[in-house]
Design a protein around this ligand. Structure first.
Ligand code: AP5
Ligand code: MG
Length: 187
């Protein structure tokens, strides 16, 4: 049976961490547009070369590129059982996703919104910088990513509000505590 989930929240909210757990639990495929772009950067594709500059500046890659990437992934799936991690991020992306899901007869099950304290996520990402060295995890870029989230992505909370599918989750606390809250909200 088709099922789709969206994980939303500011940078460092724990989307990726929690998405992995929920995908295992519900047998979904994790589709992170950030991971897909970083894969292009690693492989040095044309898209990767262009995307790296934008990501390092903390800005958003163009809607057309992102929507095209997601469409290509979905169209090759037999069953649409997907958790979108960090997508959609703009109203145009959300509208395109609505259209795609309708074409593919894949209903949206829920939008999980991870709510966190901004200063706490800055600290999380600075800590990750020491461990993983992601090139956009420096303080200036982190703050830019937060302001881009507030300006361009947070309006999607209003976009989805009418669907009754938004689950607002307190993203502070341990990874296990947050995981438990998400599982309860999705039960
Ligand atoms: P993306 O890769 O999506 O990055 P992001 O949204 O900035 O978020 P992160 O991946 O940094 O954080 P997360 O919420 O996944 O948290 P995580 O679990 O990793 O996007 C990167 C860039 O790609 C964008 O800036 C943009 O340029 C481009 N892009 C991507 N998608 C796009 C789109 N749709 N449209 C346009 N452009 C797009 O956790 C963070 C850290 O905290 C980890 O170290 C983790 O171990 C730790 N942690 C997690 N949970 C906890 C906890 N409860 N307590 C303590 N530490 C925790
Ligand atoms: Mg992530």
């Amino acid at each position: 049976m088709n099922e789709t989930l969206i994980f939303m929240g500011p940078p460092g909210a724990g989307k990726g961490t929690q998405a992995t757990k929920i995908c295992e639990n519900r047998q979904l495929k994790q589709l992170s547009t950030g991971d897909m772009l970083r894969d292009h950067v690693r492989r040095g594709t044309d898209l990767g070369v262009q995307a790296k500059q934008i990501m390092d500046a903390g800005k958003l890659v163009s809607d057309d590129v992102i929507i095209g990437m997601v469409r290509a992934e979905l169209q090759q799936m037999a069953d649409i059982r997907v958790l979108f991690d960090g997508f959609p991020r703009t109203t145009a992306q959300a509208q395109a996703l609505d259209q795609l899901l309708q074409e593919l007869h894949a209903p949206l099950y829920a939008v999980v919104l991870l709510e966190v304290d901004e200063e706490a996520v800055v600290q999380r990402l600075l800590k990750r910088a020491e461990i993983e060295g992601r090139s956009d995890d420096n303080e200036a870029t982190i703050r830019k990513r937060l302001s881009v989230y507030n300006e361009q992505t947070s309006p999607l909370i209003g976009y989805y509000a009418g669907t009754g599918k938004i689950k607002k989750i307190d993203g502070m606390g341990t990874v296990q505590e947050v995981e438990q809250r998400i599982k309860e909200a999705l039960a």
